[in-house]
Design a protein around this ligand. Structure first.
Ligand code: FMN
Length: 210
């Protein structure tokens, strides 16, 4: 069995973290780099990732997440956010980055820029919000897979109040809105969920070949 499959079997949505176990700086750097390397549609990266360590802030966030213990007990809580808005200014920043990092002129990217502008103009603001959230979920998948490979425990979570999280973390001022969160750290030795069988539909049911 390949390492990735054995690690995907090892991982589970950790319910009880060891509150005394902290991830190393190297582990945290690696998770941040994995988030940064996540792919997105057009490469536009309409997101930001807030790493929350502060215990006082996490106490407040816990209240806005129905007291789920992962919020306060994990080593860190990562709040995966979408951009508040997506407009021509986001596209221009991205085009400037492409030009700089690939050593080409912005003028040579005019067609690409217009294609992105057209795609965005064709979406309603609700569709844009949903589209950005989908990009953020790709980053969540990359984060979970990276945690698995690195034997870092994680719990992806949607069970929180977005508006309250946004307010507590002052996200609008940062041009962000929360989408999904992920607690990371080390499982508690007595987390009973670690021993539960993984429940997945059989491959024959979910994989179709044509
Ligand atoms: C998008 C998403 C949101 C989730 N939200 C929560 C949550 O709020 N609280 C929680 O304890 N688990 C949450 N989970 C964990 C799932 O219940 C868990 O991943 C699923 O049952 C599969 O089990 P496994 O991850 O242990 O293999 C969430 C998982 C995902 C992918």
């Amino acid at each position: 069995m390949s390492d990735i499959i054995s690690q995907l079997k090892w991982r589970y949505a950790t319910k009880k973290f060891d509150a005394t176990a902290k991830l190393s700086e190297a582990q945290l750097d690696l998770l941040q780099e994995a988030l940064q390397l996540s792919p997105s549609s057009f490469g536009l990266q309409p997101w930001g990732f807030v790493i929350v360590s502060d215990p006082e802030v996490r106490k407040k966030l816990s209240v806005a997440a129905w007291g789920q213990p992962q919020i306060t007990d994990a080593s860190q809580l990562i709040v995966l956010c979408r951009a508040s808005v997506m407009n021509q200014s986001n596209i221009d920043s991205y085009i400037a980055a492409v030009a700089e990092q690939r050593g080409v002129t912005p003028a040579s990217l005019t067609g690409f820029s217009q294609m992105m502008s057209g795609s965005i103009a064709g979406k309603t603001s609700t569709q844009l919000v949903e589209w950005m959230a989908r990009q953020v979920y790709i980053a969540l998948g990359v984060l979970l897979a990276t945690c698995a490979v690195e034997s870092i425990d994680a719990c992806p979570m949607e069970g929180f109040d977005n508006a309250q999280f946004d307010q507590i973390l002052d996200l609008p001022a940062k041009g962000l809105a929360s989408v999904v969160i992920c607690a990371v750290g080390k499982r508690a030795a007595d987390d009973s969920y670690a021993d539960l069988a993984k429940v997945r539909f059989p491959k024959e049911k979910v994989i179709l070949t044509v």
